[in-house]
Design a protein around this ligand. Structure first.
Ligand code: PLP
Length: 378
């Protein structure tokens, strides 16, 4: 299979695999154990913490290890639900991942205010500035880059707006990390991320939160992570996550070549498949993501099945909503009709994707379009 679903999960990168297996063999003890092997595991975990903090430009103690980004995003909402006044509102963008929108709805219900986005999938900064001035919410959440469209959000400007009003800002950086530079993320008050979208293992993520204002735990038990997250830490996972991000950090310059491969595919798609629309086309997008509104067929599942049979794995959008025929809330928030949203496919590439893979994807789409057109004519 040719794999175009990295935004859901990426295959393990050799760098991460090596770090992961080596650490699993080497650090066999529980980092909390009192013997020397425990101390060794603890030192390795702290080394990973310091290296991740170094990449993002924050303090090591700002990092809390979690099982992934869903947990981190839930912990963030849980923390604010416990610490904000009972009438405080929270402002989240209308295109956040369900782990943000659903946990916000769970904890804040009618006190969630959605930041609208343009047709191209970018948050409305004027709306946010007005909201910050009028209501002064207890939290603002705007992701760094969207998981369905790849559209990069003006999060550095959001940081400035929030700072002026002294409102905490949370950035879900899951799709950004390992694809764009992590360096500036340290300025965000809260950041979440995970390893498995860019070649790290499943089951490891983090929440960056200010170490001075104690982040409330979501999971209770032992005193790990300075009481901010109970449970034996995933030392091998943390080391693999960091090794992966460090290796990507050194290769950010290769992104331009990868972007060109993606753009060549887009240009061919537009030229040879009349009616195709690239979602968020006019905006800066992640180099690996293409969300395309396809002309044929009433249902994207048919596309997915057809392409799957031809040996290409693609997605209808967020993995959390696949399998259901409901249109993506992200696309609806952007102003697409349910019918249009039902025809959007997401192609997301990664570290192992080469020119031949993009060509195979293009040929498969062309072939599938022909077949679906014939079915429609019958
Ligand atoms: N945030 C974004 C933007 C995502 O794309 C995802 C996963 O698709 C998550 C959060 C959840 O991450 P995890 O799979 O680590 O729980």
């Amino acid at each position: 299979m040719t794999y175009f679903d990295h935004n859901a999960a990426a295959p393990l990168h050799p760098v991460a695999r090596h770090a992961w297996l080596e650490a699993a063999d080497k650090f066999i003890a529980n980092p909390s154990s009192p013997h020397r092997l425990g101390a060794r595991a603890d030192a390795a975990l702290e080394d990973a913490r310091a290296r991740l903090a170094g990449l993002m430009g924050c303090q090591p103690h700002d990092i809390v290890w979690t099982s992934g980004a869903t947990e981190a995003n839930n912990q963030l909402m849980h923390h604010f639900a416990r610490t904000l006044p009972p009438d405080a509102t929270v402002c989240i963008s209308a295109i956040e991942h369900p782990s943000v929108t659903e946990s916000a709805a769970h904890y804040f219900g009618g006190r969630v205010r959605l930041i609208p986005v343009s047709r191209d999938g970018v948050v409305d900064l004027n709306w946010l500035a007005e909201e910050l001035a009028q209501r002064r919410p207890g939290l603002v959440a705007v992701m760094a880059a969207n998981n369905v469209t790849g559209v990069i959000q003006p999060w550095e400007q959001v940081v400035q707006l929030c700072r002026r009003r002294e409102v905490p800002y949370f950035c879900d950086a899951v799709q950004w990390l390992g694809r764009e530079s992590a360096a500036a993320l340290g300025v965000c008050d809260f950041v979440s991320g995970c390893a498995h979208k860019v070649g790290g293992p499943r089951g490891i993520g983090f929440l960056k939160c200010p170490s001075q204002g104690r982040c409330q735990p979501l999971i209770f038990g032992g005193p790990q992570e300075e009481g901010r997250r109970a449970g034996t830490e995933n030392v091998a996972g943390a080391l693999a996550l960091v090794a992966m991000l460090e290796s990507r950090h050194g290769l950010l310059s290769e992104q331009e070549a990868r972007r060109q491969l993606r753009d060549r595919f887009i240009n061919r798609l537009i030229a040879e498949l009349p009616g195709v629309e690239i979602v968020g086309a006019s905006q800066r997008r992640l180099w690996n993501t293409v969300a395309a509104l396809l002309p044929e067929a009433d249902c994207r599942q048919r596309w997915v099945v057809k392409l799957d049979k031809m040996g290409v794995a693609v997605s209808t959008g967020s993995a959390c909503s696949s399998g259901k025929e409901e249109p993506s809330p992200i696309l609806l928030a952007m102003g697409y009709t349910p019918g249009q949203a039902g025809r959007v496919l997401r192609f997301s590439s990664g570290w192992e994707t080469g020119e031949k893979d993009w060509e195979k994807l293009f040929d498969a789409i062309k072939h599938a379009a022909k077949e679906l057109r014939q079915v429609a004519l019958v």
